[in-house]
Design a protein around this ligand. Structure first.
Ligand code: HEM
Length: 449
């Protein structure tokens, strides 16, 4: 999530100062693509990761980074690590922080286009801030996401799961992602924030545009879609905030609005972050978990015998195939990392999904084994001060979705080609046709780009 296109940031640093325009963005897009492809051809590990087709299996690339050593330097001027120990310690190190501080990143430059700078839900939110601003803003919303704060949510989440299962129950096939996995987390986070049901579809659209942009914007069409999405999202939240000021409810936005010390930009960015982070990741957790269960019949049997093991299935999915594949940190001062000097301000890509398969921590790391003794040691939710605020909620939603889904459809099977999300930062199916019918002729899960 903190990994907005690292490479483009670099190209911008070197070639793209000043006020961004659509034309300058387009030039930088082209330049960055050409540079990555060139370096990838020469075998550069970062270029291979950033330049590969976003739907390709990334796990062999993480292994090749691991083989080269704990910290690998890329010709593109950044560093990478797939070591669990290093990822964990750098995420907790106060000497390292978020890249966004003072940087011109892809989403940020799109936010600058036009007469007025738009609020940027990734870069302006506390996800990308360093202390003390990070601490101040995170503290405002954390009470809702503690186990205690979420106690009342358990029944709500289960009800939402059942409602959406009711909707698909009469149909022989449905899209696991669009008809179920995306709808549950959207409903849950929207209810928590007080977003009316009628607006879910629009905000799912803005969320996807933003998440896809984490990888960098591919063309002018995407750039315009992102800019329009940012504008519409902000206008929508201005309206919601205004409404909640006049008609306060029992939701997060109403409570934030009541805080008079909070600037409008912080209020909008915080709400946007919660909305986007609240569903764009969990949808992939549910999708990846169902993919894993369908590929492992023995796990399905266990889940049917004992729905309580849904928690372990969720945990193992987070380890083996996490929705957020990497994040980025930069040292505030030139720092020695595992014997390599990393210059001040230089990004290190922390390959969370690679760290989750580090054989130094996990035995037989590429195997899907729910209930493994060290199952919660993964870094799918990051670590340190930016540790995912919604981790408890995501785990709860993931387990409730799996329990409900397989209880209702014990013979659930793939019913067509799975299309993956076109992103390297966020991993999960974008379209996943499933059939609720009997188990005969169960086809293998087939995945395409
Ligand atoms: C499976 C689902 C999820 C995954 C894999 C996930 C993953 C992550 C990761 C890796 C980070 C830290 C990024 C970094 O260190 O740079 C993060 C931060 C965050 N997540 Fe999640 N997340 C999930 C669900 C949620 C949910 C349901 C919410 C609900 C609101 C949420 C809210 C946040 C927030 C607010 C942050 C920023 C925390 C901070 O900067 O202090 N996430 N998440």
């Amino acid at each position: 999530m903190g990994g907005s296109s690292v490479l483009e940031t670099f190209v911008r640093r070197r070639h793209g100062g000043g006020m961004p325009s659509v034309l300058k963005n387009a030039t930088l897009l082209l330049l960055s693509r050409t540079i990555v492809r060139g370096h990838a051809l020469l075998g550069d590990p970062a270029a291979r990761l950033l330049g590969m087709s976003p739907t390709r299996d990334p796990y062999p690339d993480y292994e090749s980074v691991r083989e080269r050593g704990p910290v690998v330097k890329s010709k593109m001027g950044l560093y990478l690590t797939a070591s669990h120990e290093l990822c964990d310690s750098l995420l907790r190190d106060p000497g390292f922080g978020q890249l966004a501080a003072g940087e011109l990143s892809p989403i940020d430059s799109v936010a600058h286009i036009g007469p007025r700078r738009l609020v940027n839900p990734v870069e302006d939110s506390f996800l990308m801030l360093n202390p003390p601003d990070h601490t101040r803003l995170r503290r405002l919303v954390s009470p809702w996401f503690t186990p205690r704060g979420l106690r009342d949510q358990v029944a709500t989440v289960e009800r939402v799961v059942e409602e959406y299962l009711d909707e698909v129950a009469g149909r022989p096939t449905f899209d696991l992602v669009g008809d179920f996995a995306a709808r549950v987390p959207i409903q849950v986070i929207a209810d928590l924030l007080g977003v009316p049901d009628a607006d879910h579809a629009a905000f799912a659209r803005w969320g996807s545009a933003l998440v896809n942009a984490l990888d960098g914007v591919r063309d002018l069409k995407e750039l315009r879609a992102l800019h329009n999405g940012l504008r519409e999202f902000e206008e929508f939240l201005d309206g919601l905030i205004d409404h909640r000021r006049r008609h306060p409810g029992d939701d997060v936005v109403s409570r934030l609005v009541a805080n008079e010390d909070l600037r409008r930009e912080d209020l909008i960015a915080t709400t946007e972050l919660l909305l986007v982070a609240g569903f764009e990741t969990t949808v992939n957790l549910i999708g990846n978990a169902v993919l894993a269960v369908l590929a492992h019949p023995e796990v399905r049997e266990r889940l049917l015998d004992d729905p309580g093991c849904a928690e372990a299935v969720v945990e193992e999915t987070l380890r083996l195939d996490p929705p957020v594949q990497y994040t980025v940190r930069t040292p505030f001062e030139t720092t020695e990392v595992a014997g390599t000097s990393v210059p001040r301000g230089t990004p290190i890509m922390l390959l969370l999904a690679g760290a989750n398969r580090d054989p130094a921590v996990f035995a037989d790391p590429h195997r899907f084994r729910p209930g493994r003794p060290d199952g919660r040691e993964h870094l799918a939710f990051s670590a340190g001060i930016h540790y995912c605020l919604g981790a408890n909620l995501a785990r709860m939603e993931g387990a409730a979705a799996l329990r409900g889904l397989f209880r209702r459809f014990p013979d659930l099977r793939a019913a067509g080609r799975v299309r993956r999300r076109p992103s390297r930062v966020i991993r999960g199916p974008e379209r996943f046709p499933v059939s609720t019918g009997a188990a005969e002729n169960r086809p293998m899960v087939e995945i395409i780009s």
